[in-house]
Design a protein around this ligand. Structure first.
Ligand code: CP
Length: 305
């Protein structure tokens, strides 16, 4: 597979996904002694908070023997605070490292960065746009847990208008056959019309439903998401969406035995802690898979470069 920048889910084909997953499976068995990215430097440039994405990319790079230069809270602790543009920052950093992992609060920021960068850009989340490495680890997790993607029935639940993870996941799932998506969200945070138009154009079946319990009884995956308080312009709008759909033991009672619950995390209160001990709660296994997918991405991007 030839990869330059990783900006959006649509850039992957089914064949390139299979190649990536093969490499990720290899990473799961890899000895800690491997130094395939020795002398390479990954720059992580995060303008928004992160636990999983930043630290799993950094751990992935270190596990492959590479080095990391990192700026968290770049809005305050990089020269962005002095008025430097993203483009100027990227031009400079692309002379320092071999790959830049970028999280930014503006949709389209990763694409803008890729236009001026001399080295690969990985989109680690751009505003309400996309989060492609998350959707790659999501599909990898579904394959591991359920054994297939074709014919999958999945409920995406929660903040579907602000959630970049569900957008990237919908794009990736649209590459598979006979997938059915159920969108369950409060009325003020429904799935974007651009995604629905994409699904219609590609003949992907989807349904919007207000009834989580009904949907939970007929899906292979519930993909729960957080209501993203930080994206709302008023507390009143946030309160209308918050707490409407919660996964608890009552929902788990109707979820089929072989189905799973996923969540990109962090969770606030949209999955009750009582669910964690249910073997169908896959969200921490999902977060762990992020390490292997990110090792695979870095390895494909940087080896032989
Ligand atoms: N899922 C995810 O992107 O988590 P972080 O915001 O902690 O990176």
């Amino acid at each position: 597979m030839k990869l330059n920048h990783v900006i959006e889910s649509q850039q992957f084909t089914r064949e390139s996904l299979e190649e990536l997953f093969d490499v990720a499976r290899g990473m799961e068995k890899l000895s800690t002694q491997v130094k395939s990215l020795a002398n390479k430097i990954m720059i992580s440039l995060f303008y928004e908070p992160s636990t999983r994405t930043r630290l799993s990319f950094e751990a992935a790079m270190m596990r492959l023997g590479g080095n990391v230069a990192s700026t968290e809270n770049a809005q305050n602790f990089s020269s962005a605070a002095k008025g430097e543009t993203l483009e100027d920052t990227i031009r400079v950093l692309s002379g320092y490292g071999d790959v830049i992992v970028l999280r930014h609060f503006e949709t389209g920021a990763a694409h803008r960065a890729s236009e001026v960068s001399e080295i690969p850009i990985i989109n680690a989340g751009d505003g309400t746009g996309q989060h492609p490495s998350q959707s790659l680890l999501d599909i990898y997790t579904i394959k591991k847990e359920i054994g297939r993607i074709d014919g999958l029935k999945i409920a995406m639940v929660g903040d579907l208008s602000n959630g970049r993870t569900v957008r990237s996941l919908a794009y990736l799932l649209s590459k598979y056959d006979n997938v059915k998506m159920y969108f369950v969200s409060p009325p003020n945070v429904t799935m974007g019309s651009d995604i629905k138009e994409h699904l219609q154009k590609h003949g992907v079946s989807f349904e919007e439903s207000p009834d989580l319990k009904d949907v939970a009884g007929k899906v292979d995956v519930i993909y729960q998401t957080r209501i993203q308080r930080e994206r709302f312009t008023s507390i009143e709008e946030y309160e209308k969406a918050h707490g409407v759909y919660i996964i608890d033991n009552e929902i788990m009672d109707v979820l089929p035995e072989k189905s799973i619950v996923m969540h990109p995390l962090p969770r606030v209160d949209e999955i009750k802690y009582e669910v964690d001990k249910d073997p169908r709660a896959a969200y921490f296994r999902q977060a762990h898979n992020g390490l292997y997918i990110r090792m695979a991405l870095l390895s494909i991007l940087l080896e032989n470069r």
